[in-house]
Ligand binder design. Sequence first.
Ligand code: TPP
Ligand code: MG
Length: 428
Amino acid sequence: MHDPRYDKLAKVLVEYSTRLKRNETVLIETFDVPDEMSIALVRAARRPLIVAGGGVIYSEATAALRALVDATGIPVAETQGGKGAMPYDHPGALGALGATGTRAANVVAREADLVIAVGTRLGDFTTASRTAFQDPGLRLASLNVASYDAHKLGALALVGDARAGLEALAVTLAGHRVDAAHTELAARLNSEWDAEVARLYAGEAGPPTQAQVIGAVNDSAEPQDVVVCAAGSMPGDLHKLWRTRDPKGYHVEYGYSCMGYEVAGGLGVKMADPGREVLVMVGDGSWLMMSSEIATSIQEGVRLTVVLVDNRGFGSIGGLSRSLGSEGFGTAYNRPVDLAANARSLGAHGVRVESIAALRVALAEARAADRTTVIVVECDPGRGVGTYESWWDVPVAEVSTMPAVAAARADYERERARERALPGGARG
Ligand SMILES: Cc1ncc(C[n+]2csc(CCOP(=O)(O)OP(=O)(O)O)c2C)c(N)n1
Ligand SMILES: [Mg+2]
């Protein structure tokens, strides 16, 4: 029997909750909240958002997610682990969320009055250091198989498997649809974002950009191909720009973002599913740290295509350092290294390309080749992709003799003030 008091309470919570002023704290402790209450909250929400994490993919819940989205019109944003949960061209797919997110996802997240997190640890990148969700009346529900993660950030915890939970949610929400305006906004933002991706894929005159390289690799890929990456500026760019068409088509290790994972990880992905083409994308820094599994790929006949972006150093860390006033200290390689010859020395085909047109040809040849190919492409580190309505809390020195650091510190303090305690959680 449905108890109408839940709906009444949800309406009160969503529409008339106390608006807090800065530094005021209200602690609401909820124990054993009945599932009915969660459902009532979803029905009452006007601007709900689902955040799909890696758990959606691990529990093979993508069809259940899609069914729920199609039935209710609730849009979806994806974490790094959850990318691929929705096909990029679904009108409810907002793409990447948080510090490495799309404008579409970050705009909807900022205004969301209900966030339903599914299979995500709600890590620092996903929440843009707790600045991603700014609605003062935000409700957060978190469906996670790990109780620790379900309870994080004061969420209304729904402990359970992502697929079973999403299927149950679809049954209980039968007949419910969010406001048409909310669904239409998501569809418009999805297509605006895709136009931005197309713009970056096309690039401008001059040396290739990393976004153009991603575009060429994506164009060359079949839906079931798998892109593999881990560290540097590439994971953030892939999170924003890679057009996913298969739930298993995107394999980026961003939990630790461990340099050197790329080639070794790609080998593992290929061994797990030899029927899929594996496209490893790796920076020169990561390559120089660990590319030795190329030798294993040759010895064992496990063929990979590796796209090695040479921007002469730790582009991501250099950019981060400069943005904090520290001049990119110690992040550039100042002596050229012949990385294609390096790949050949390990037994792979190794080619260097100077243009996107040549990259496209090399990608087609690599697909037809008898063994692993490493394609080296030089990119301009000064023409990166940038961020979209997001932030990441990287503390800046409080005391420095460098004026640029002092200026960065002032920016840091201003931005940090936007970090907020999520429903039951403290900041920090
Ligand atoms: C094992 C390990 N050491 C250090 C880091 C910190 N780190 C992250 S990205 C990066 C530089 C990566 O350089 P590259 O692969 O050339 O990529 P780019 O930043 O130029 O895109 C470093 C040092 C890390 N993620 N993993
Ligand atoms: Mg580099």
